[in-house]
Design a protein around this ligand. Sequence first.
Ligand SMILES: [Zn+2]
Length: 593
Amino acid sequence: MRYSKLFGRTKLVAPHDSDSINARFLGQAGFVDKLAAGVYSYLPLGQLVLEKVKKIIREEMNAVGGQEILMPSLHPVEIWETTGRNRTADEILYRTKGAGDKDFVFAPSHEEAVTPLAKKYIQSYKDLPLSVYQIQTKFRNEPRAKSGILRGREFGMKDMYSFHTDEKDLDVYYEQVKKAYLKLFKRCGLNAYVVEASGGIFSDKLSHEFSVITPAGEDTIIVCKKCDTAQNLEIAEGKIHDPELPEEKELPMKTVKMERGPSIEENAAAHKVPASKILKTVVYKIMDGGLIGVVIRGDLQVNETKLSQYLKKQVRTASAEELQPFGLVPGFISPVGLPSVKGGVKHKAEVKGAEVGVKEVEHSSTDLPFIGDHSVKSVKNFVTGANKLNTDLVNVNVGRDFNLSDFTDLVTVEKGFRCPKCNSELHEEKAIEAGNIFKLGTKYSKDFDLYFTDEKGERRLVVMGCYGIGTTRLVGTIVEASHDDKGMIWPKSVAPYHVHLVPLGMDEAVRKEAEKLYHFLLGKNVAVLFDDRDETAGKKFNDADIIGIPLRVVVSSRTLKEQSVEWKLRIEKEGKLVRLEKVTGEIAAWCQA
Ligand SMILES: [Zn+2]
């Protein structure tokens, strides 16, 4: 391709509203053009990358037996009413009216279309398993479209749906797709981790996300480099670092008058103890329920997602008004001497779900169940409030001075924690979610009466899985993960062109040699972008850097004096001279490698 003829050349400056690396570089280099927030056109360079990404995805989905189909984007609203998502996904649905006042939805996902479609062809166990996918445009009314092409309102997506006779068959296929995903991300030059998704408080680890590490990522993940595994920060498990306290015996509990501020730091400073000796007490309001207290070592943070999952209810920290009827003073709360915990350790099932706690709260305004993070077992002689202003208890010991309804893992993992599997140090990394997979089970089969007849002639519900990757988002993710301050650095597998041929100056010999090389490479089917413009070396080099084609070949009167061209990989700082008679062979070999 001659750059002088290319539709969508580089601009002098990045689009003024670029809010991310990908928006800035893709916009300035003429790969994409923003029509509206979250709505983009793909110009020739961007389209070439997108098609290469789609080709890799296709190959990997075909390799796990996926069959490509294409479903409509325009859905009659009735199928969305059938699943209830007309209501639950209302916020993100674009709607329109058709002729005869019929209501339609622009599809953000295709479970509603694929399930009734599959029903027309699945009758017997002999029709299963089945896996179909499409690469298609999706619509999502994002309240805030942002991060360039990472979060769009109209975007490309590969969505695959699988159908199985039972959970076991789904599990086997799910693992195959997981491997295929890791392989395709690698082929796109990305280092992706499988992360167990928090998946909302009612899901039970039925979904996984694929996270690509990049400093611009919106998510935080906890990585063990030794095990090559990653966890979502919200639910990460890790071994707590040692509090480094001397061995001591349980001492008699004492009440101490102490004027101090309410924070853990102020408490620790006032009592001249490390934060780990403070018994941190946080009271939460359970959604549609009462209050629950949580105790944890003072140097650690309570993880609200873990608490929500434990209770199977949403929580938020209780307000001062909500604490007041219990006689609790913020900053001086303590589980010692509270009526609800006097009776000793309750059975876990009683408190789990918090229904018991909620009912008790309704009976008595002084009843407040307390649970503890495992970390409180590791410390003797805690300091805690005395449920009175400026009054503390010292030498407080769990099991002797107070009991808890239950112990569970409620800690927020931080860097410095250790891997639960291999004991190596855990690291915090920023990441972008590049794909996700779900075990749908029978949710959609139930909604659409998708049954099959098994070997015994019995009718059973089909078990489903679904597997998504945003194709346009993946292009943006590659830019976020692979660039420098000058521009993009495309991996060879998805680069719009492999070679950027750059002649410098209007010297006749240079022109002739560059044209000759260009035609030779075209003849060898090498994807080459030929910067045939009459521009300065500086302009041409800047453009080459921002466009980010992996190999730059420069022809100039200086290189021709050496009977050579300059060969420079985009990922490298320095170029090298390669002799003219060797260069075509070397380029062909590099393209094949
Ligand atoms: Zn590990």
